[in-house]
Design a protein around this ligand. Structure first.
Ligand code: SAM
Length: 445
């Protein structure tokens, strides 16, 4: 068998991944279409991270995860309108992949390539891993986002795998969770901060922050073995298991600092390192559950700029935001999330897909920090998970984005950053982006 496509419940996906493995040819692909499954209280039972890690255990090679919107959302902690295709194969070099069959239309060659016009490919641009085709006005403006639907997605998978008739498609209806929407309950009281604070030091020790004083922790942690933030002792440069232990200490600290109705939002991705898949999100979910958090779901940050992943793959255009809460119900304003309108299609807005383009990018502004996330991503989370005057915590502050976004939304922030070398950059950003804020900086050696 050359191609297997499944669109079934989690349990059946696992059974099929096992039973089809031996039958799959060396050049074949297995595409598992996955939805997050929730319990009656809106906690995640299983999601794509479980599928990816089980697939790797069985022996599959993980290639990528494709994301697409669905017209049949589920309602859990927030409206979940995302489906995932976990793309697996047996042998990466033998795997058949017809990239030309799924290339995307250039919106406008001069806009897309700028000075790198030689990179323009007349067959179309490299396909990404968020499948939302667009219509445009011929002048680089998108006029419509199109929902492919399951049929459209399955057709594209068949096209790109070039399997002819040698394929099996297995589908079944799923039960979708529709929880009653609860309006934000009254907030538990928490101390109000006079001013935002930057603390230079490791967030493994947050003893200076009162327990249960923070409504929201939001962050993008350092990846393992990817970027060097230029200071010895930083998290991310040690053995993987030590890295996980250190990260767990940070999430445990956040747990103590959160109010009972507080939540933790972590921006992270799956990584492939030396040909091996590193399922950091799966490991984070596991460790956060061990600490006592409830796992509430995944938001997708859809980026228009993509990270190339090599010839036999598609371009990475999304990152995950994992959402955890300290109690089963947490302070959240569903309306703040539902009012997000990134797509020119009503059916795609108001869910768990956010199309935000990097604005404060390290590349765009030549900032020295290599991994800055956009203010808007954090601002949306802040508006959804806190009320004015609340305190936000970022254990890995980097160039100061979370603090800036919190201040811009009328909240305060406490941010930890290990490397004092980023102080100048933070101060520059604070003076430009929140000139009226008075930020206390401490912990400098
Ligand atoms: C992905 S970056 C965060 C970028 C940030 N979101 C922004 O927009 O600028 C991760 C940051 O964690 C910092 N870091 C590494 N180990 C740390 C530790 N033990 N405590 C606090 N910060 C640490 C790194 O120096 C780096 O700036």
């Amino acid at each position: 068998m050359q191609t297997v496509i499944t669109d079934v419940s989690y349990d059946r996906t696992l059974l099929l991944m096992r039973s089809e493995y031996e039958k799959l040819s060396e050049n074949g692909c297995f595409f598992a279409i996955v939805r997050t499954e929730y319990d009656q209280k809106g906690n995640v039972l299983h999601d794509l991270m479980d599928v990816v890690s089980s697939a790797v255990e069985i022996g599959y090679v993980y290639v990528n995860t494709i994301v697409y919107p669905t017209a049949l959302p589920q309602r859990a902690a927030f409206t979940d309108n995302v489906k995932y295709v976990v793309w697996l194969c047996k042998n990466r070099s033998a795997m058949k992949f017809n990239k030309d069959a799924i290339r995307e239309k250039h919106i406008w060659k001069n806009v897309e390539w700028g000075k790198r016009a030689k990179n323009y490919n007349p067959k179309g641009k490299d396909p990404g891993n968020v499948w939302i085709p667009t219509k445009d006005d011929g002048m680089a403006h998108i006029t419509e986002h199109i929902m492919l639907g399951d049929e459209g997605v399955i057709q594209r998978l068949l096209d790109m795998s070039g399997c002819g008739d040698d394929c099996t498609v297995i589908r079944e209806e799923r039960e979708l969770r529709q929880l009653e929407r609860r309006l934000p309950k009254e907030r538990l009281s928490a101390e109000k901060l006079e001013q935002s604070k930057v603390i230079f030091g490791s967030s493994e020790d947050m003893s200076g922050v009162p327990d249960e004083s923070v409504r929201l922790a939001v962050t993008s942690p350092p990846y393992w073995n990817l970027k060097d933030y230029f200071k010895k002792g930083q998290i991310g440069q040690e053995d993987y298991w030590v890295y996980l232990e250190r990260m767990k200490a940070v999430w445990a600290q956040c747990y103590r600092k959160l109010t009972l109705d507080g939540s933790l939002w972590i921006n992270i991705n799956i990584r492939i390192h030396g040909g091996r898949v590193i399922t950091i999100p799966h490991d984070i979910i596991k460790m956060c559950r061990e600490i006592g958090y409830y796992y509430k779901g995944i938001l997708i940050w859809h980026k228009s700029s993509g990270i190339p992943t090599g010839e036999k793959n598609i371009v990475d255009r999304h990152e995950y935001v994992l959402v955890f809460s300290k109690s089963e119900e947490f302070f959240a304003d569903p309306q703040a999330m539902e009012s997000c309108c990134d797509y020119k299609s009503d059916r795609m807005n108001g869910g768990a897909l956010w199309n935000i383009n990097r604005k404060a990018g390290s590349v765009g502004k030549q900032y020295i920090h290599p991994a800055i996330y956009p203010n808007e991503l954090v601002a949306r989370i802040v508006r959804a998970a806190t009320a004015p005057g609340d305190t936000v915590l970022d254990p890995f502050l980097g160039s100061g984005t979370s603090l800036i976004a919190a201040e811009q939304c009328g909240r305060r922030c406490i941010g930890f950053e290990y490397n004092e070398g980023f102080r100048e950059l933070m101060e520059l950003r604070f003076s430009q982006e929140i000139p009226d804020a008075n930020v206390e900086i401490s912990g400098l050696k």
